[in-house]
Write a new protein. Structure first.
Length: 241
C-alpha cells in the first residue's frame, strides 16, 4: 500500500513569476545610477534626484500591492522604508537616522516573524509555506494520514526562527553598512553618491547572506515535510502534474 497521498482537484494556474531583472533594475541599478550620476546642480539636483531615484522602487512595490489586491505586510513595510529614506534625505536629517532606519525595518520583520508564532497566522506561512509554492491541501492530507500534524507545527516554529534570523542578520548588516558609508551631510551631492553606493552594495553585502539563511530554512522545511508526509518534493509542489 502506498503512503503517497493524491488529490484529484485540478491544478491552479501557475503564479506569475517575478522578474529578477526588473527587480534589480528598479530597486538597485536605476536608483543607484540616478543618485550617483544625476545629483549635481547640472542635472536634477540633490533633492529631486532622491525623489526620482526612489520613485522606481516605490512604484514597483505599489504595483505589487495593487496586483495582489490586498495589503501585503512585507510589501507595505518596503514602501514605508522607501518613504522614510526619502524623508530623511529631503529633510536633510543626520545620517544616523538613516542607519537606524536601515536597521529598524528588517528588525521589525524579524520580531513580527517570531511574534506571529503566538498567533493563528504565523508569518512563515506567508514567507515560505503558502499555496503559491506548495500543494498545502495535499500536504495536510499527508500529515493527517501519517498523524504527524504536531511534528509539522514544531517544524514551522524552527523554520520561523531561521527566517527571523535572516532578518536580524540583515538588520545588523544594514546598520553597519550605513554607518560605514554615509559620512557626508544630507543635502549634498556627496551624500547622494554615498546613498547610491549603499544601495548598490546592499545586494552583495546584505541580500545574499540573508537569502542563504532563508534558503536554508526552505530546505529544512522541504526535508522535514518529505519525512512527515511521505510525499516527494515534486508531489508537494502546488502545480505538480
Amino acid at each position: 500500500m502506498s503512503n503517497s497521498i493524491d488529490t484529484e482537484r485540478p491544478s491552479a494556474p501557475p503564479a506569475k513569476k517575478e522578474s529578477l531583472l526588473a527587480n534589480l533594475l528598479l530597486n538597485i541599478i536605476i536608483p543607484t545610477l540616478i543618485l550617483s550620476k544625476l545629483s549635481s546642480d547640472d542635472y536634477l539636483g540633490t533633492k529631486l534626484a532622491i525623489v526620482v531615484a526612489l520613485a522606481f522602487p516605490f512604484l514597483y512595490g505599489l504595483k505589487d500591492l495593487i496586483s495582489d489586491r490586498k495589503v501585503n505586510f512585507y510589501s507595505a513595510l518596503g514602501i514605508i522604508s522607501i518613504m522614510l529614506t526619502g524623508g530623511i534625505g529631503l529633510l536633510e536629517l543626520d545620517a544616523e537616522y538613516m542607519a537606524v532606519k536601515e536597521a529598524t525595518i528588517p528588525g521589525i520583520l524579524g520580531i513580527a516573524t517570531v511574534g506571529s508564532l503566538y498567533t493563528r497566522w504565523p508569518l512563515v506561512r506567508t514567507f515560505v509555506y503558502n499555496d503559491k509554492i506548495f500543494a498545502t491541501e495535499k500536504i495536510a492530507a499527508g500529515l493527517a494520514f501519517k498523524g504527524t500534524e504536531a511534528d509539522f507545527e514544531r517544524t514551522l516554529k524552527v523554520a520561523s526562527w531561521m527566517i527571523a534570523g535572516s532578518f536580524f542578520v540583515s538588520s545588523v548588516l544594514n546598520y553597519v553598512l550605513a554607518k560605514v558609508i554615509l559620512e557626508s551631510p544630507p543635502g549634498t551631492v556627496a551624500f547622494n553618491e554615498e546613498l547610491a553606493k549603499m544601495t548598490a552594495l546592499s545586494y552583495p553585502v546584505i541580500v545574499i547572506p540573508s537569502m542563504i539563511i532563508f534558503a536554508a530554512a526552505l530546505f529544512y522545511l522541504i526535508r522535514r515535510l518529505t519525512s512527515l508526509t511521505g510525499l516527494t518534493f515534486e508531489e508537494m509542489l502546488e502545480h505538480h502534474k
